[in-house]
Design a protein around this ligand. Structure first.
Ligand code: SAM
Length: 462
């Protein structure tokens, strides 16, 4: 197998010495089309070929790292979220050589949203992704827990000064962008359920099931291009080709098809053409717009929102590229339109209104879409013009990626609005258009040149 850098050669030596196998046609490449390191086919590879096989004992997890076994059980179990794994990785990185060749291949610089400045994040104004960046929470975790914890257990960690915030965020970013869900309890689990490296419930996931998987995490991903997939065997994880990969082509895994906002948040990149793109609308928009207009007091609005959550309606609604309004959004709108008697009945039945779109609901949905569109600082037209800039000195990478996220979201919002207005012509723009046509007809009938702002038209109408 051809390798291009000494670090890659050392990594492969380590990988094979631990029992890993690599198909001779699989090659590592340090710079794959702006995606960082990746793997390519050195010659044609047929479908269903074993590309590489990873022994489970080289996965880096809380079970394979030694920190857990060195700490008092109470101290270990006092840690939450991903901190046990991040601290385990920090200690392995600083104090052992077990995974040194693996760490040597991992990036130290990231474009995930955690690493963006406030000004850069401002480019995403309007996108719901800004509520999920998590930088403040990560800073707090380091300042309030990790620092003191490492100091208290310096006998296990060694010099606490080396456990810096920078290293904590680096390891956290590696977990965010490269970890896999590998069930720690049942090794014969259903492959279908276990092969994705993305997990929307990452925060609630048991940290014991989060694994760093050397070699598998070298594969990049691109919407609609995956040609390899990880299979979970009792002693190994096997990366198999899922279709023929021609010589020279990149080997792509899937990251479970996140929308661009989430790709950017977790992985620090976007797909210019992303079939899985979506835009989110929060329950608070429904509460603020519909609840307020329905004359509900703040407490009543809050109570209805709480009730929706209690009966299992989500607080975030995603419109996808089919531009269909999510059922739960319709249910939420209709809940805020119920009069007191009908709301009481719904409560008694513990069932929100059915997701049926009637003209009144459509009108509110249209207003919500308009409101969401108004939350971005720029128009779709501005964004589309800006995207034509190819000079990265004028349009740097992060700005470009933010543009792609927001233009994708706005296109979906606009298309959903168009679809809605076509289905319910009496809503919003259609109604305005109708009025405009009527005015024009009246203007013509009166022999004037009607225009929406002309004084003449006003006279005619009078
Ligand atoms: C699982 S790692 C893949 C290996 C990585 N390229 C490396 O250099 O180590 C995921 C990271 O690869 C990069 N990446 C993967 N797919 C990409 C794509 N389609 N475009 C740009 N970057 C991509 C992103 O930086 C992402 O955070």
């Amino acid at each position: 197998m051809a390798t291009s850098t000494p670090a890659e050669a050392t990594f492969l030596e380590w990988f094979k010495a631990a029992g890993g196998t690599v198909h001779p046609a699989v090659q590592l490449k340090e710079d794959c089309e702006g995606m960082g390191r990746g793997a390519i086919a050195g010659e044609d590879i047929e479908a269903d070929t074993l590309l590489f096989s990873i022994p489970r004992n080289i996965l880096l997890t809380t079970a394979t790292a030694s920190l857990q076994s060195l700490l008092p059980p109470d101290a270990w179990s006092s840690l939450g979220g991903w901190t046990p794994l991040i601290l385990s990785m920090m200690r392995e990185y600083l104090r052992t050589s077990t995974w040194t060749p693996y760490f040597a291949l991992l990036p130290t610089r990231f474009d995930a949203l955690m690493h963006w400045s406030p000004d850069e994040l401002d480019e995403l104004k309007g996108s719901n992704v800004l509520t999920k960046v998590g930088r403040d929470e990560a800073d707090e975790e380091y300042e309030d827990t990790v620092k003191a914890f490492v100091k208290e257990h310096e006998d296990v960690f060694g010099n606490a000064d080396e456990y810096t915030a920078e290293l904590f965020h680096r390891m956290g970013s590696l977990v965010l962008s490269r970890s896999f869900h590998v069930d720690s309890k049942d090794e014969n689990e259903d492959e279908e359920d276990s092969d994705d490296e993305d997990d929307e419930e990452e925060e609630r996931e048991d940290v014991a099931d989060v694994a760093m998987v050397p070699f598998a995490d070298i594969l990049n991903a691109k919407s609609g291009s995956d040609n390899a997939r990880l299979f979970y065997e009792p002693a190994t994880l096997n990366m198999m080709s899922t279709q023929r990969i021609p010589a020279g082509a990149q080997i792509f895994n899937t990251y479970a098809d996140p929308p661009n906002s989430d790709l950017l948040r977790r992985y620090g990149h976007v797909d210019e053409f992303n079939d899985a793109d979506l835009v989110e609308i929060g329950l608070e928009t429904v509460v603020d717009l519909v609840g307020a207009a329905a004359g509900l007091s703040e407490e009543e609005r809050e109570a209805r929102a709480e009730w929706l959550l209690e009966v299992g309606v989500d607080d975030t609604y995603a419109i996808e590229t089919d531009h269909k309004l999510p059922d739960e959004l319709i249910m939420a709108i209709r809940t805020f339109l119920l009069d007191e008697a009908d709301y009481a009945k719904a409560q008694k039945k513990e069932s929100p209104p059915k997701p049926k779109v009637d003209p009144a609901t459509a009108e509110w949905a249209r207003k919500i879409l308009d409101h969401r569109l108004s939350e971005y600082s720029t128009s779709i037209e501005d964004d589309e013009a800006a995207l034509k800039q190819v000079d990265s000195a004028v349009l740097p990478l992060r700005k470009r990626m933010a543009l792609i996220v927001r233009v994708g979201e706005k296109r979906i919002l606009r298309a959903a609005r168009d679809k809605l207005v076509a289905e319910f012509p009496a809503t919003g723009a259609a109604r305005a258009q109708k009025k405009e046509k009527k005015r024009a007809r009246e203007g013509e009938a009166a022999g004037g040149k009607a225009s929406s702002s002309s004084g003449k038209k006003t006279k005619v109408r009078q």
